[in-house]
Design a protein around this ligand. Structure first.
Ligand code: ZN
Length: 441
C-alpha cells in the first residue's frame, strides 16, 4: 500500500536559491505552455484539434535547444509541469461541461498564468532523487561548465540536502514532491513510498464496530461486545475556539480599508488562525483514527458523511440554516477522518467500511419501526416497542447491524449494550476515558 511522509528539509542558502531558481523556470515553462494553448485557441477557435500534453511534451527537446536555461530542470520535473497544465485544463473542461449540462451559471475559469512569487511544486516521479544517510540527493538538469582544455561541457547538477531532525526514512520511495511554505519559508519533501502492511490474523467471530458521525458528538459508535463508544473530542472544542477568533478578526478586518497596513496585518493574523485550526484538527483526527485502528476491532464502519455535506446546499438561508452550515463545515474533517482511518486500518490488516446512513437515525434498532425525528430531538422513543435510546446511539446500533449482516452473526439491539465509554483527549495529547454502566447484567 502507498503511504506518504512529509519531511522538513534543511537546505543551505545556496541550495535554497537553486530550488527557487528551478521553481521559477518551471513556472515559466507552465506559463509559456499555457500561452501556446491560448494562442492556438484564439487563432483557430476549435476548428483545429487543440494542443495537448503529448504535443507539448514532444516539443520539450527543441525548446531546451533554443532556450538552454530550461536545461536546469530535471527532465521529468519539466514533464510534470506540463502534465499539471493538462490536469488543470481537464478539470476546467470537466467543470464547464458539468455546469452547462446542469444549466448552472458558468463559473469555471480556464487555468491562469502562475506567478513566480509562489514556489512551483517540483514533482519527482520514480527518478531524479535518492535518499542516502538520512539526506536527500536531488537532481537538477544539465549545467554548463568549462573543462581543463577550455571546452564548454554540460554536466548534471546534484545537491545533497539535509533533512531536519529526522531519524528513519522509508525505503522504497517511488516519488516525491518538493513544496515550500510561504509563511515559514520552510521547504518540505513529501515522500510517497510502498509500505508493507503489518501481519494480522483476525479471529472469528469478527469484532466489529460502527460509528455515526454527528454534529453534537464527533463520533458515536457501537460494537458487538456490547459497548457504546463516544468521541466527544477536541475537534469540536478546537473549531469552536478558532471559529470565534476567526469571526472576530474577520469583522475587524472588514472595517479597515483594503490594502491598508492594518488590513494586511489582520489578514496575516487570519491566515495564521486558519493554519493553526487546521493543524490542530488534523492532529486530533490522526489521534482518533490511531486509537480506533489500534483497538481490538477487525472491521470499523463509519456512516457516510455525504449526507451531512448535502445540508449546506439547502436553498433557504435562514439563521438556523447558517448554524447548521457551520456545523457541517466543522464536520468537514469527517472526510479526512475516513481517509486516515482507511489507511491506518489497512496498514494493520483490518477493514474500513464506509456505510450507507440512509434511515439509520429514523429506525428503531429493536423493532425496525421508522419515524422522522426533528434534529433537535436527542432521544429516540419508539412508540411501538418502547425502546428508549440516545438518538446517535440508536443510529450507530443500526449501522452496526448493517455491518453484522455481512458477518453471519446475530443482530444486536439496545438490550445488548451494557457499558458506555466516552473518550477524551486532554490538551497534552493523552487519552482518558470514562465508563458508565447502562443496565445491570
Ligand atoms: Zn421499536
Amino acid at each position: 500500500m502507498l503511504m506518504t511522509e512529509k519531511v522538513l528539509l534543511d537546505p543551505t542558502p545556496e541550495q535554497r536559491n537553486w530550488l527557487w531558481h528551478m521553481s521559477r523556470v518551471a513556472t515559466l515553462l507552465y506559463n509559456i505552455a499555457l500561452e501556446q494553448r491560448k494562442g492556438h485557441w484564439l487563432r483557430y477557435h476549435g476548428t483545429k484539434p487543440g494542443i495537448n500534453y503529448e504535443h507539448q511534451n514532444g516539443q520539450l527537446v527543441e525548446l531546451k535547444k533554443e532556450f538552454p536555461f530550461f536545461l536546469c530542470l530535471y527532465s521529468l520535473v519539466a514533464q510534470e509541469a506540463l502534465r499539471l497544465l493538462q490536469k488543470d485544463f481537464n478539470s476546467f473542461f470537466g467543470r464547464l461541461k458539468n455546469q452547462k449540462k446542469n444549466g448552472e451559471d458558468v463559473t469555471a475559469r480556464p487555468p491562469r498564468f502562475k506567478s513566480s512569487k509562489y514556489f512551483f511544486t517540483l514533482c519527482y516521479i520514480q527518478s531524479g532523487f535518492a535518499l542516502e544517510d538520512g539526506k536527500l540527493v536531488l537532481s537538477g538538469g544539465m549545467e554548463p561548465h568549462t573543462d581543463k582544455k577550455g571546452r564548454v561541457k554540460h554536466r548534471r547538477r546534484r545537491e545533497t540536502i539535509s533533512i531536519a531532525g529526522y531519524r528513519k526514512l522509508p525505503d522504497k520511495v517511488h516519488s516525491l514532491t518538493i513544496t515550500h511554505d510561504r509563511k515559514t519559508g520552510n521547504f518540505y519533501a513529501s515522500l510517497v513510498y510502498e509500505a508493507e502492511p503489518l501481519k494480522y490474523e483476525a479471529v472469528r467471530p469478527l469484532k466489529v464496530a460502527a460509528f455515526d458521525p454527528g454534529v453534537k458528538t464527533f463520533l458515536t459508535g457501537a460494537d458487538n461486545s456490547g459497548r457504546i463508544i463516544v468521541f466527544d473530542s477536541l475537534v469540536k472544542r478546537t473549531t469552536r475556539y478558532f471559529d470565534g477568533q476567526i469571526d472576530k478578526v474577520k469583522s475587524m478586518r472588514d472595517r479597515c480599508k483594503k490594502g491598508s497596513r492594518r488590513h494586511n496585518m489582520l489578514n496575516d493574523v487570519l491566515d495564521s488562525l486558519y493554519r493553526r485550526r487546521s493543524a490542530q484538527v488534523d492532529d486530533e483526527l490522526h489521534a482518533i483514527a490511531k486509537l480506533l485502528a489500534e483497538g481490538e476491532w477487525d472491521v470499523v464502519g463509519v456512516g457516510n458523511p455525504d449526507k451531512l455535506g448535502m445540508v449546506s446546499d439547502a436553498p433557504d438561508k435562514g439563521k438556523g440554516n447558517q448554524a447548521i452550515n457551520r456545523a457541517v463545515q466543522n464536520n468537514w474533517p469527517l472526510k479526512k477522518e475516513n481517509k486516515f482511518l482507511d489507511y491506518k486500518l489497512e496498514y494493520r490488516g483490518k477493514l474500513f467500511l464506509p456505510l450507507d446512513e440512509k434511515y439509520s437515525s429514523q429506525e428503531c434498532n429493536s423493532c425496525g419501526h421508522r419515524m422522522k425525528l426533528d434534529p433537535s430531538v436527542r432521544v429516540y422513543r419508539c412508540p411501538k416497542c418502547g425502546m428508549v435510546m440516545d438518538r446517535d446511539e440508536n443510529s450507530s446500533v443500526n449501522l452496526l447491524n448493517r455491518v453484522i449482516a455481512g458477518t453471519a452473526q446475530r443482530r444486536v439491539n439496545y438490550k445488548d449494550f451494557r457499558v458506555r465509554i466516552t473518550f477524551h483527549r486532554t490538551l497534552c495529547g493523552k487519552w482518558t476515558h470514562r465508563e458508565e454502566l447502562l443496565r445491570p447484567a
